[in-house]
Ligand binder design. Sequence first.
Ligand code: PGA
Length: 254
Amino acid sequence: MTRKPFVVANWKMNGSLKANDEWLSAAMPQMSGTRLACDVAVCAPFIYLPQLVIGFEHSATLVGAQNCAQYAQGAYTGEVSAAMLADIGCDLVILGHSERRTLFGETDETVAGKVKLAFDNGVMPIVCVGETLEEREAGRTIEVVSRQLRAVLDKVGILPLVSGALAYEPLWAIGTGKSASAKDAQAVHEALRAVLAEVDQEAAQRTRILYGGSVKAKNASELFAQPDIDGALVGGASLKAEDFLAICHCADSL
Ligand code: PGA
């Protein structure tokens, strides 16, 4: 089974109208049409999504949000629903990122509920799982990421993940410059695919599992060469168009 590599930029809470325009101008010569062989997405703060939807109009690049509300609609001041994301032409949404889980108290249950709302509204979810350094050192990595994944599978099944992606992001590797080794990451990806296969063997083979955590052009090729690593969720190195494109090219040359 060959899965098309998928490289996703996660800008987090960075950017401005001007900086985003500069990013688009630098990237579009290489991103317009279907010039890149891999699938590509850029996930930006809510307020900049319309700018990106227009900016990527003549490109196969997908536009994503980084969160959505856990409620469908109503009196939830300050929240943005999955239906609203679909309404403005947003293709996908990152859900369960560790920064949302640890800083904003999102539980496995909240994440699963958001995945359901996103998928029901036609917005493809990128579901993040990952362990802390403490959990890794206690030998609990597989147990923790399997629990996080099963919470989603139990609520919505595997199809939302086939449409979007699953992302393994060890917390100790995010923004630290300390990437997991390709071998360690592969072992976790293989275990995650086995959990997916408990639900549906064939769909598990079709689900893309991305690695995230200090991915740069210099470590991307080795990560992408692993049989169960199907792309990357890129934070820091996605803020400059050239750095992000260099990672996309590593996926292109697979
Ligand atoms: P990083 O972030 O590439 O800066 O480590 C990855 C992420 O949090 O998605």
